[in-house]
Design a protein around this ligand. Structure first.
Ligand code: SAH
Length: 254
């Protein structure tokens, strides 16, 4: 008998930001595949089995999960945030497309979650209030020149940008290069939000101008939101400033 595969997003880290739909899917599954810190965040029962793996083994993990579901398992693949944003849902689809025909009969469900940029944006105000895009700065799956081209295109088109995977030990220099590139295309006063570990106890949200933005302000757990020339910064005395992107475009239109 063919089984089921559910791909869930656990949200940014705060259990209250996991959707009830994701929690119910986790409670119903028996075998769990995922990067070990994500599995650690779940309170699994004794009868639920963990198959933890390293972050880089996404495709192999997806194949293993699909094979177990094809053999009749009730399988769950776990991502942080949303599973469709730089995460496991695309790896599962890719493995399924290349895999045996019978994998297409698996009862596959993808359950959305609160992605990092939404958790960070909500802490800062409403920086994603108008058109925006998300770019991963990781070169694991695409070359750096493509990332640069996309950053320049987004800056020219007036998109707010959310950067995922901004920096790692293996890639210490690229965020600095990205910020330098942005300085060529955007005014120095553009707000840049460094949102670290949003929704977790060690959360830190810091907003600076593009001039002051520095790579040292980010680590692997940071999502960076870069505003546009229209993004506003509201001082509120002792309270954290509010950052928002107005709903209407400045030179006309509703
Ligand atoms: N699927 C995840 C993203 C995985 S890529 C999601 O939807 O959020 C991993 C990157 O996500 C990290 O390098 C960081 O840029 C971002 N990220 C994940 N959790 C975060 C959090 N709680 N706060 C800020 N950024 C986070």
């Amino acid at each position: 008998m063919i089984g089921s595969l559910v791909v869930v997003g656990t949200g940014p880290g705060n259990p209250e930001q996991m959707t009830p739909e994701a929690a119910a899917a986790i409670a119903a599954a028996e075998d769990f595949f995922g990067y070990f810190p994500y599995l650690d965040r779940l309170s699994l029962r004794h009868d639920q089995r963990r198959h933890a793996s390293d972050n880089r083994e996404e495709l192999a993990r997806a194949r293993e999960a699909l094979a177990m579901a094809a053999a009749g398992g009730k399988v769950c693949v776990v991502s942080g945030g949303d599973p469709g944003v730089f995460a496991m849902a695309a790896a599962v689809c890719e493995a399924l497309e290349a895999g045996p025909e019978e994998w297409r009969d698996i009862d596959l469900t993808i359950i959305p979650g609160v992605t990092a940029m939404l958790a960070v944006a909500a802490r800062a105000g409403a920086p994603l209030g108008h058109d925006f895009c998300a770019i991963s700065l990781s070169t694991n799956l695409k070359p750096w020149h493509v990332i640069e081209e996309r950053i320049v295109a987004a800056a020219k088109a007036g998109f707010v940008m959310a950067f995922y995977n901004p920096i790692s030990k293996a890639r210490p220099h690229q965020l600095g290069a990205a910020l330098k590139l942005l300085r060529h295309h955007l005014p120095p006063s553009v707000p840049v939000i460094f949102g670290r570990a949003a929704g977790r106890p060690d959360e830190m949200i810091r907003t600076v101008t593009l001039t002051d933005a520095a790579p040292e302000m980010a680590d692997m757990a940071t999502c960076i939101i870069v505003g546009t020339s229209e993004t506003r910064f509201i001082e509120r005395g002792v309270k954290e400033p509010l950052v928002y992107s107005p709903r209407s475009h400045r030179d006309g239109g509703a």
